[in-house]
Design a protein around this ligand. Structure first.
Ligand code: UDP
Length: 466
């Protein structure tokens, strides 16, 4: 794509993600799209502790700077989340302020802050300097509408089981469709406070950005747009997997784990089209021993080949001898190049925890899903995958919350070969087209990014002439 060099007035955007893999990837991709619109400088500010943990940080022209969250040597198991969030806010506000001041004094001032609303205090810091500020949400519009309802008292927690839950712009929901921090009220109080506090000061934000696209969440978008200036700018996969307009944009470039790339791709190259079940639960979710065992039994007994990502910290839960006993049909790795895997023709379905990135990646690459949501927003994403987007099936769980091997197997079979699965496979092709269309030239997300650039450059221009 032609880079519009110098087309704007030198806006300098400071991007402040929440320090998790699934939060950094989308905002980094958004930053790359800002850069190609021309004349904009982007600096990515990550916490020192996160930066130290990352094994790859290749962000091209995007400069990386660090600020302290008070935990520069990392978060230890014995540390409490409450203490961490408090320190992140207290120390983070101070160190982010210092970073902005440093740029001012160097004659390289920041004009706009794009912040992850899990760090709602970053909006206060930005407004203290009178900067343009945009919240960049890494969970869906649907999920955030639910958090907004809770924050404003429009949805009373704890939720009474059995009631149908109505949230504007969303289909009717049951308690199990809600994000776990809401449905399992009291289990993660610190995180519920974090996700609802995204809306505590949101009216001060100039714009709300979402990693989604208009056709994916049209009703949700229509409702939100009545309250704020909302722009969908996704899906934020590297351009090579969508419109191919951003030169050199082939991967996310910021990784916590090293993928077994060659092993996975060589193994997939030996498989027939649509014959492999790809299984992964993302970077955080931990399966209980019983769930791990059911899944392992299912994969061992299924007729399909499988590629299963079991992170190092989860490996000890695998049944003994599993890897050896399934060598003929399975490959187990600790991390894989997921985008390359999902776009490989051998992959016929994705057994996923339904994290938003994985969901959008699968949808954009046309791979039907079998949802095994574990917690956080994954439960709501799974509802959308099955009932709203028709992109997959959610596995039924028993009274203990476990998806038994027969249920997982039935969903895999249906999605890969069944009659209902036929509609799902057709929808998958359709969503792949729509995702590409959204980010391609003139698509809804592309236009929204243009509008956002105009907003920040206009503000920059006003600062220059006053
Ligand atoms: N991912 C990957 N290799 C793996 C598993 C996951 O590169 O083996 C990437 C995946 O492509 C996605 C991210 O890690 O971009 C996981 O984000 P998601 O929102 O799906 O889940 P989270 O890790 O935040 O729970």
């Amino acid at each position: 794509m032609e880079k519009k060099e110098g087309a704007h007035h030198g806006a300098h955007v400071l991007v402040v993600p929440y320090p998790l893999q699934g939060h950094i990837n989308p905002v980094l991709q958004f930053s790359k799209r800002l850069l190609i619109k021309g004349g904009i400088k982007v600096t990515l500010a990550v916490t020192t502790s996160f930066f130290k943990k990352s094994i790859q940080a290749q962000t091209g022209p995007i400069r990386i700077e660090t600020f302290s969250d008070g935990y520069d040597d990392g978060f230890q198991n014995e540390d409490s989340l409450e203490d961490y969030f408090e320190s992140l806010k207290k120390v983070g506000s101070k160190t982010l302020t210092q970073l902005i001041k440093k740029h001012q004094s160097l004659g390289d001032p920041i004009s706009c802050v794009v912040y992850d609303p899990f760090l709602s205090w970053a909006l206060d810091v930005a407004k203290h300097f009178n900067l343009i500020a945009a919240a960049f949400f890494t969970q869906s519009l649907a999920v955030n509408s639910i958090y907004y309802y809770v924050q404003r008292g429009l949805l009373t927690v704890p939720i009474v089981p059995g009631n149908v839950i109505s949230v504007a712009g969303l289909p009717p929901l049951t308690i199990s469709d809600l994000p776990s921090f809401v449905s399992r009220y009291g289990l993660y109080p610190a995180i519920l406070t974090l996700v609802t506090s995204q809306f505590s000061n949101i009216d001060k934000a100039d714009c709300l950005l979402f990693n989604s696209f208009d056709k994916l969440e049209q009703e949700e978008m229509n409702w939100m747009a009545k309250q704020w200036s909302v722009k969908t700018i996704g899906p934020t996969l590297p351009s090579i997997y969508l419109d191919k307009r951003v030169e050199g944009d082939e991967d996310y470039g910021f990784n916590l784990f090293k993928p077994s790339a060659d092993v996975c791709m060589n193994w997939l190259n030996m498989r027939e089209t649509g014959s492999v079940v790809y299984v992964s639960f993302g970077s955080i979710a931990e399966l209980g021993d019983e769930q791990m065992n059911e899944l392992a039994l299912c994969l061992k007994e299924t007729n399909n080949y499988f590629l299963w990502v079991v992170r190092k910290s989860e490996e000890n839960k695998l049944p003994s001898n599993f890897v050896v006993e399934t060598l003929e049909k399975g490959l187990v790795v600790t991390w894989c190049p997921q985008l390359e895997v999902l776009s490989h023709k051998a992959v016929g379905c994705f057994v996923t925890h339904c994290g938003l990135n994985s969901t959008l990646e699968s949808l954009s690459l046309g791979v039907p899903m079998v949802g095994l949501p574990q917690w956080t927003d994954q439960t709501t994403n799974a509802k959308y995958i099955e009932d709203v987007w028709g992109m997959g099936l959610k596995v039924k769980v028993n009274e203990k919350g476990i998806a038994i091997k027969e249920e997982i197997e039935a969903c895999i079979m249906e999605v890969m070969e069944g009659e209902k699965g036929k509609g799902i496979r057709e929808n998958a092709i359709n969503w792949k087209e729509l995702a590409k269309e959204a980010v391609d030239e003139g698509g809804s997300s592309d236009k929204n990014i243009e509008d956002f650039v105009a907003l920040i450059c206009h503000a920059e221009f006003k600062v220059c002439v006053t």
